[in-house]
Design a protein around this ligand. Structure first.
Ligand code: SF4
Length: 311
């Protein structure tokens, strides 16, 4: 397998891969695919301005968003299955990824937003190092599932400015049932400590765009209000104002026939309102709410390799 797509100094990271908490040990340099579905090659499904993140990330100009193919988690309710299972995406080199970052900066992006980057950390380090050497000056957003290895996150210290992370479950039985990762709560808690250590307290510019900090996303699932409340309590009691909370109502039952019965409906306004009221009663002030219809598929862009290949 050709290894020209990333810095060979990073090769040991892919030789016995432990980049995510699965630590499945795949030899990606030999063409083996891990649980995430990725071998050593880098696949990207879309690179474009994106307007559907939190206001301090998208602003009015859009976030320069790079959607990576494959994913270490295989959530049964995945909204982006087309990319997470690797059906969408084109192979590129780390050099091309660096070009993409600079092209997004040239388009006026508010930041560089790396979506589902976990399994490509070596390639991303290579590309960011190249792009920064060529004038990339935007904040870098690591937009992830929360199922992260602390050791891999430490490699990004100084390269990433903003962590935009999910916090999916407090209950490991739910994590097993919906994401086949019973260790998710423990892994996500550890990862969040490392993210807050690196990013520090949030800072915003004069246009209210985040320059550095941590945003934790909590996607409310139908029937999971109590777990979501427990997550909000844990996050607030542990991190207080060190993080911003984003309470999300946008759960969409894509391919409902394949889902467990309890997930075949949107979240009700009453469930979401109960979660918001709970957070307010706790004292949460740094946060984002979602307004509008819960089951709105406009959040999902086309994964047609826009912006991926050289223009
Ligand atoms: S990133 Fe992929 S290959 Fe590496 S440990 Fe995780 S699942 Fe395995």
């Amino acid at each position: 397998m050709a290894l020209a797509c990333y810095n060979t100094a990073m090769e040991p990271l892919l030789k016995h891969c432990r980049l995510c908490p699965h630590a499945c040990g795949a030899d990606r340099t030999a063409g083996e695919k891990g649980i995430c579905g990725a071998d050593a090659r880098l696949f990207v499904a879309r690179a474009a301005l994106h307007f559907w993140e939190e206001p301090c990330i998208s602003g009015t100009v859009g976030s320069g968003t790079v959607f990576f193919s494959h994913c270490p988690l295989h959530c049964v309710y995945c909204q982006n299955a087309e990319i997470s299972d690797g059906r969408a995406g084109a192979e590129i080199t780390a050099g091309r990824l660096a070009d993409i970052f600079l092209e997004l900066q040239g388009q006026g992006a508010a930041n560089i937003n790396l979506v589902t980057p976990t399994h490509y950390v070596p390639h991303i380090i290579d590309a960011l190092t190249r792009a920064k050497g060529r004038g990339l000056s935007l904040p870098v957003v690591y937009n992830c599932s929360g199922y992260e290895s602390v050791e891999a996150l430490r490699l990004l210290d100084g390269l990433v400015d903003i962590y935009l992370t999910d916090f999916k479950y407090m209950d490991s039985a739910l994590a097993q049932r919906y994401s086949n990762a019973p260790d998710y709560p423990r892994a996500a808690k550890r990862a969040l400590h490392e993210m807050t250590r690196q990013a520090g307290k949030a800072e915003f510019d004069e246009k209210d765009l985040m320059r550095r900090g941590v945003i934790v996303r909590l996607l409310l699932l139908p029937g999971c209000l109590e777990d979501a409340k427990a997550a909000v309590r844990y996050l607030y009691e542990t991190h207080e104002d060190g993080i911003w909370l984003s309470l999300m109502s946008q759960y969409t039952p894509v391919h409902a026939e394949c889902l467990p019965p309890e997930l075949r409906r949107p979240v009700t306004p009453e469930e979401y309102e109960a979660l918001v009221n709970y957070a307010i009663a706790l004292g949460v002030e740094n946060g984002f709410l979602q307004e509008g219809k819960a089951a709105d598929e406009s959040f999902i862009p086309p994964f047609d390799c826009t912006g991926v290949r050289p223009g």
